[in-house]
Design a protein around this ligand. Structure first.
Ligand SMILES: [Zn+2]
Length: 124
């Protein structure tokens, strides 16, 4: 008797905190011809929601996720506070070039992860 092939692990493209964000991400992927679904997050992470690839190329989907997050985080172009200080450690980063790594704490301040943390007001 041939055994059934193993069920592949879900390809989690990204995780989110809110259903509204999840819907925006799925819509953005759909516009790019990538079909994804919203599920409970199977990963160990603080985000309760996961976006899982259903149909489409994984590399293309990951590239699309970067640009979708970039658009969603448009109002947070860098992980800094209103005074121009590093969101994570408070170091004055107003003079730093883009992309920037905080010289005090080492965070990549222009990364999606850092910008998300700043926009959501959380230090993980
Ligand atoms: Zn810092």
């Amino acid at each position: 008797m041939p055994r059934n092939p193993p069920i592949p692990a879900p390809i989690v493209l990204t995780t989110t905190r809110t259903n509204a964000q999840a819907a925006q991400i799925v819509y953005g992927l759909d516009l790019r011809g990538i079909i994804a679904t919203v599920t409970a997050n199977p990963l160990r992470s603080k985000d309760p929601i996961a976006i899982v690839l259903t149909k489409g190329d994984e590399a293309m989907a990951r590239a699309a996720i970067e640009s979708i997050w970039d658009a969603l985080l448009e109002s947070t172009p860098r992980a800094w506070d209103l005074n121009g200080n590093c969101f994570f450690c408070g170091y004055d980063i107003t003079g730093l070039m883009t992309p920037a790594i905080c010289p005090e704490c080492g965070h990549e301040l222009d990364s999606i992860a850092a910008r998300r943390a700043a926009s959501e007001g959380r230090i993980d």
